[in-house]
Design a protein around this ligand. Structure first.
Ligand code: DON
Length: 576
């Protein structure tokens, strides 16, 4: 069975990164990636060493975790254009020093002119090219509204947080071999979707160490610095965005931009083996899937079954399969569709979902449907923690690599292709192979269903873990396995990021898995009836784990934090 197009694509990109990372590190002028570290004052983990360093510098200057997260996110919009962005959207889950939790939704929205069947051709077939590439794939960006929503909890002047990004855009930064390879690979797309010069294209091929200078992006960031969110949603930037999109038949208007607001949400929160897991609610499926998968495996005591044993993987995969079947039917934007959140997380419901679990055999997906809920009626993750107890977990995305590949003319930033996260037609898989129906059909102003899963874990109300990853539909399963690896199997953050991940999303009926499992384990899974599809990389998980006791003689009273940046890319961390 074929791997969904975008997962295949993400995997290839990750493979390029893995193969090149070892020669691309430590290019003069670039901080090299740091994968593991222990800190007492604060730490930032993200997809780029520049981003991590800029965030850590903000912490050192007296900023809190929110300040650092904002500075890192803005830096990633410059140095990590394939996913870092101001033209996309995302989610933040955070906890402040007083113990208050926030969940901020800055997901893109469908333009007001969008309609249910907008991607169907005259024969009623879904034209996924339109939902995945070019101007019609673009959702109304939420990232800048999100940044200003987060800024309410920050403490430094905004210009301090954005100036490093402006400088990197204006003066340029030296790209790695992996970045050069990626830009070369997407050159044709950039040329196809932009009939004007863009910073990502030059005549000759990009080489490791070339300077990527983005003067137009620097000018746009200056507008945001000087005018706030209106520097993006109104005035010249908004005008340029609308002109760029409508010139090629797109449908975003000034009203869409002017009306965009980030929305506070009530996070998904549940207990797993005595830990409080806090994650993102709809319009992400991430938090609910996590709650369902963890709720389904909780009674099985998988810690007694051996780490990555066939027995444990079998239980986890069956939980994944059943949760993703529910995703397809019940999850969508709660402002447009009543998502039965409580029912989907109910312990009796989850126990009933596993009733037909057979310890010897895979359950075919054809025998699994969404449960009966009785109702009353290329992405990137940033993990930040400081020594005050502020924790910030942000996952943000353009969707595919470089999103729609459309760069706003004169404004230098990439637009997302998030519209593909809607269900273009019931049962037709999107770029991640996910299917959906009414819950996630296109409606004007609606937010498309996501899998992003920025997550916090608390223990007795105190900080325990900050975790998240990119990876499309594989996001919730990677976060699920990471938490289980740490809580149930006592793995370190480094071991948990490195552990091979496995993913089942109901349809297609297969386990997608990374290399690294013993042959005896994969053989057992095949014997149980699973189709296995080996892939080269699932997710890029960033983790911060708090020590369980104060720091001993060297630093009495201080609780340290152990952090790990994923080895699958140039991901890096910095702290002090
Ligand atoms: O919101 C979502 O679920 C997707 N748009 C995320 C895309 C992603 O993770 C791409 N990364 N490999």
């Amino acid at each position: 069975m074929l791997m969904p197009k975008k997962i295949h694509h993400c995997v290839n990109v990750i493979l390029v990164w893995i193969s090149i990372i070892f020669i691309s590190s430590y290019v003069a002028g670039q901080p090299g990636p740091v994968k593991n570290g222990h800190f007492e004052n604060g730490v930032v983990v993200c997809a780029s060493a520049y981003g991590a360093q800029i965030g850590a510098d903000i912490l050192k200057q007296g900023g809190n975790a929110y300040d650092a997260a904002i500075a890192t996110q803005l830096a990633l919009a410059v140095v990590y254009p394939q996913a870092g962005n101001i033209g996309g959207g995302g989610f933040m889950v955070a906890r402040n020093a007083k113990g208050q939790i926030q969940a901020l939704d800055f997901r893109e929205r469908a333009p007001l002119k969008a309609f249910r069947d907008m991607y169907l051709d005259s024969n009623g077939a879904a034209d996924l090219h339109k939902s995945q590439d070019g101007v019609l794939s673009v959702g109304v960006p939420g990232a800048v509204a999100g940044i200003f929503g987060m800024y309410k909890y920050a403490r430094l002047p905004f210009e301090k947080l954005i100036n490093p990004a402006i400088e990197l855009a204006a003066k340029g930064f030296k790209i790695t071999a992996a970045e050069a390879a990626l830009l070369n690979r997407f050159k044709k797309d950039f040329e196809r979707y932009n009939d004007y010069p863009v910073a990502f294209v030059k005549k000759t091929d990009w080489q490791q160490g070339d300077l990527l200078i983005q003067p137009e992006l620097a000018a746009t960031l200056k507008k945001i610095r000087d005018q706030g969110a209106s520097g993006f949603y109104q005035g010249e930037t908004a005008q340029s965005l609308v002109e760029t999109v409508t010139a090629s038949g797109g449908i975003i208007g000034l009203k869409d931009l002017d009306g965009y607001q980030a929305t506070p949400r009530t996070p998904v929160s549940f207990d797993y083996h005595g830990y409080q897991i806090i994650s993102f609610p709809p319009p992400s499926s991430g938090g609910l899937l996590l709650a369902q998968m963890m709720g389904m495996i909780a009674p099985f005591n998988i810690d007694t079954m051996g780490f990555l044993s066939a027995k444990a993987i079998h239980i986890m995969v069956e939980a994944e399969r059943r949760a993703y079947a529910d995703r397809a039917k019940y999850m969508g934007d709660p402002d447009y569709f009543q998502v039965p959140e409580k029912e989907l997380m109910n312990q009796h419901y989850l126990a009933a979902r596993m009733k037909d679990f057979n310890p010897q055999k895979a359950t075919p997906s054809s025998a699994v449907n969404a449960g009966n809920v009785y109702e009353h009626n290329e992405t990137t993750h940033i993990a930040v923690a400081d020594n005050q107890g502020n924790l910030v977990s942000i996952t943000t995305t353009l969707n595919g690599n470089f999103g729609s590949r459309v760069v706003v003319k004169g404004a230098g930033f990439l637009l997302n292709d998030e519209m593909d996260d809607f269900s273009a037609k019931p049962g037709v898989p999107n770029m991640f192979g996910a299917v959906g129906g009414v819950a996630n059909q296109i409606e004007p102003g609606k937010r498309m269903l996501s899998s992003m899963c920025p997550t916090l874990v608390l223990k007795k109300g105190q900080p325990y873990m900050v975790v998240g990853t990119p990876g499309g539909t594989t996001i919730p399963t990677s976060v699920f396995q990471t938490i289980v690896d740490i809580i149930d199997y006592g793995k370190t953050p480094g071991q948990a990021t490195e552990a091979p991940k496995f993913h089942h999303q109901w349809l297609p009926d297969q386990i997608m898995l990374e290399d690294g499992l013993p042959v005896a384990v994969t053989d057992s899974l095949v014997q149980m009836g699973y189709a296995l599809k080996t892939v080269n990389g699932i997710g890029r998980t960033e983790i911060i784990l708090f020590d369980q006791k104060a720091g001993g003689k060297a630093s009495p009273g201080k609780i340290g934090m152990q952090a790990a940046a994923d080895i699958r890319g140039d991901d890096s961390l910095a702290g002090y």
